[in-house]
Ligand binder design. Sequence first.
Ligand SMILES: [Fe+2]
Length: 189
Amino acid sequence: MSVKISVSRIEQLAASRKMSVEEVISAVSTKRGDYVEIESTSELQKLADILIMPMSEVLRGVCTDLTDGVKILRRDEGFCKVSNRGGNEYYTYQHLATSNSAPELMALKVALHCGCLENIVLNEGHSSREVVYILEGVVRVDWGSSAEAGRRTEVLNKGDSIYLSPNVPHSFIALEEASEILAFNYCLS
Ligand SMILES: [Fe+2]
């Protein structure tokens, strides 16, 4: 492994321990301009020991997939998966720009394959809050109880959006071919 940690980050960590950058890094590495290069896990462990903090704290904000705070994901580059419900293809999930710096946020484009009212299967709800935007087509949303008696339903058109609270069972199906939604899931820790 090799990790570059900015001198300003080391400075911040060292200051919290009333130490200087030199006192912190002299035993493990050398400064190279405005960063310090840590070349092994044992070197990182040594640095963490000197700072009296876990390695994860030393690495916090360092090993991100961002470039100056930004991640770009090109069309069709994201993870893609077809999910089944009730034995039928239901959704194709495609990740939108998803960063390891924000595990609480999940953004997806979802193609809806189910268009048959008899095949509607609600999920069990999930712990994240969710906002869904209708990107293409006409979509039927069902929510509430998975038993038909306690279920609510609504038709959503292109440009409509819906907010779903955590743990509310729900389903989206296509009332028009090629219906697609954008889904933004957010977990409060
Ligand atoms: Fe959902």
